[in-house]
Design a protein around this ligand. Structure first.
Ligand SMILES: [Zn+2]
Ligand SMILES: [Zn+2]
Length: 135
């Protein structure tokens, strides 16, 4: 796969395009990502904010992370699907939720973080680096 990459929410009112290759891709097993995704872990695909174009109305939700950093989640107000989040400490980078891409077949996380709270059944592929907490 090569850029641009397109994606959107479940109801289709929010759409986006990423115009360059992602900076990194990881799976986060922290409890906030489990709660946010309603699943086992969250995936984050980091891209430069300038390389992301979003169309459609979005809403925001901010919370404090364990690190003390403020995290702002951006989501579709109609269907509730999270599109990306931004850290207050790195406002130029957005962490896109890559499960919202139209084609997810090429995704391959390089690292798993927050393994200390990973669900017990999760196994780690050979080429994936693990971290007990943050990278
Ligand atoms: Zn939607
Ligand atoms: Zn997390």
């Amino acid at each position: 796969m090569t850029a641009p990459y397109t994606g959107g929410c479940q109801c289709g009112s929010v759409r986006y395009a990423v115009t360059t290759e992602p900076i990194r891709l990881l799976a986060c097993h922290c409890q906030e990502c489990q709660r946010q995704s309603g699943s086992a872990f969250g995936m984050s695909m980091s891209v430069k904010k300038d390389n992301l174009t979003v169309t459609g109305l979005t809403k925001q939700f901010a919370r404090s992370a364990d690190s003390g950093n403020e995290v702002t989640g951006v989501f579709c107000p109609e269907c509730g699907v999270r599109i990306y989040h931004v850290l207050a400490s790195a406002p130029d980078i957005v962490a896109l939720k890559p499960g919202t891409l139209d084609d997810t077949s090429w995704l391959r996380p390089r690292s798993f973080i927050w393994m200390k709270s990973a669900q017990g059944w999760v196994s780690v592929p050979d080429d994936v680096k693990t971290f007990e907490r943050q990278t």
